[in-house]
Write a protein that binds this ligand. Structure first.
Ligand SMILES: NC(=O)c1ccc[n+]([C@@H]2O[C@H](COP(=O)([O-])OP(=O)(O)OC[C@H]3O[C@@H](n4cnc5c(N)ncnc54)[C@H](O)[C@@H]3O)[C@@H](O)[C@H]2O)c1
Length: 367
């Protein structure tokens, strides 16, 4: 079953929870409300076959509750597949807090949210996502141990973004190996869309390797800072999708591969950090395949962050984090080859591998 982006105005047309397209067999969905702090949160627990459901908390000013619910369901399902394909003993979960992170987030609200997480007794473990900081996770840690992404002084593994960027770089190199027969990115033109925490670290790897890097962002300040630091070219056109390039790296928002962009894209490879890059998996995956554009599945190549966070739970060191992240190269290459052999999309091949691991564990568990 696919979980596509649904226009928020259309969401009311389907059943509220179990009937949502994005519900996709979630084990549990928890609605959290606290009058005193104004907390309104939803925790989605998609699958716990491989282990506790781990995934970040996003605080966002959603247009309505439908949008928030759809977002948490899509994201938590994505976490199931991300951890499964990466070989981690974790299930998939995610939380959203409805509200403006700049104006509505308070320590009391975060503690109350932490208390709800705690009430699930470890079935769900939270972490940072959009609108959250390490300091917020430290606040949650005051009331529950079921949180990762905390400060290093409290036993946390530190900022996951450089690790995520390294994993994306590995996935991109594997896609290049598949497409060009060599994983050397020197001389390749790479457009990095979104030069935030992950995008900037990716730019550094690419520049070090001698790629011709062009950057785009909605923040002029970021563009100037990153360009000055690494010598990347600031994009000056008005339609990045229509530009001639070798590699497109979406590192800002999801769903940038959609009806409007897909036939314009001239890149030969798409490999980036953003979650849910395909607006409609079942539609846009096959179009990329037909057009010969190699798509490195997002949930596979952006798993560095979860590998980093997993280290907090398992207690493994930096060396092991880097080894596991480097392995994204091998998995990506395997997935791309499997997709070709079986004539399916790369996304389907990745999902199939993740599902096989979950099914195998289910069988083991039922023995
Ligand atoms: N941080 C991680 O470890 C991690 C892990 C997995 C996935 N991701 C995903 O990777 C993406 C980037 O994460 P991040 O931590 O770097 O986020 P971030 O917020 O630090 O950076 C995002 C950047 O994108 C820019 N941006 C926003 N809209 C844009 C647009 N329309 N066009 C161009 N630029 C735009 C922002 O100005 C910002 O500089 C997100 O989609 C995130 O969900 C991040």
């Amino acid at each position: 079953m696919v979980t596509d982006v649904i226009n928020s105005n259309d969401l009311h047309k389907v059943d509220p929870v179990f009937g949502q397209m994005s519900f996709d067999n979630h084990e549990q969905v928890v609605f959290c409300n606290d009058k005193d702090t104004g907390l309104k949160a939803i925790i989605g627990i998609h699958n716990t076959v491989l282990g506790p459901a781990l995934g970040g908390t996003r605080m966002w000013d959603y247009k309505n509750e439908w949008e928030a619910l759809n977002d948490v369901l899509r994201l938590s399902r994505g976490m199931t597949y991300k951890s499964a394909i990466t070989g981690l003993n974790l299930g998939g979960g995610k939380a959203v807090i409805i509200g403006n992170a700049k104006t509505q987030k308070t320590p009391e609200l975060m503690r109350k949210f932490g208390a709800f997480v705690h009430s699930l007794s470890g079935k769900y473990i939270t972490a940072e996502d959009v609108g959250m900081t390490t300091a917020d996770m430290d606040t949650v840690r005051e009331v529950t141990p079921y949180v990762t992404g905390i400060s290093e002084s409290l036993g946390g593994a530190g900022n996951p973004s450089p690790i995520t960027a390294y994993g994306v770089f590995m996935g991109m190199k594997a896609a290049a190996k598949y497409k060009y027969g060599s994983d050397v990115l020197e001389g390749k033109s790479v457009f990095v869309q979104g030069i935030g925490n992950v995008g900037e670290a990716l730019v550094e790897h690419l520049v070090d390797e001698g790629a011709n890097v062009t950057i785009t962002d909605i923040s002029q300040e970021r563009l100037e800072a990153v360009s000055a630091k690494y010598g990347a070219t600031i994009y000056s056109g008005n339609d990045i999708y229509a530009e001639t390039m070798d590699i497109y790296a979406p590192c800002a928002l999801g769903a940038t591969i959609n009806d409007e962009t897909i036939y314009k894209i001239k890149a030969q490879i798409i490999a980036g950090a953003a979650n849910n890059q395909l607006a409609l998996e079942a539609k846009h995956g096959p179009i990329l395949q037909e057009r010969g554009i190699v798509y490195a599945p997002d949930f596979l190549i952006n798993a560095g962050g979860i590998i980093n966070v997993y280290a907090e739970l398992e207690g493994y060191d930096r060396k092991e984090i880097m080894r596991k992240t480097e392995n994204i190269y091998n998995t990506t290459l395997e997935i791309l080859n499997n997709a070709k052999t079986d004539n399916i999309t790369t996304n389907q091949a990745a999902m199939r591998m993740a599902e096989a691991r979950i099914e195998a564990r289910k069988k083991e568990n039922s023995k």
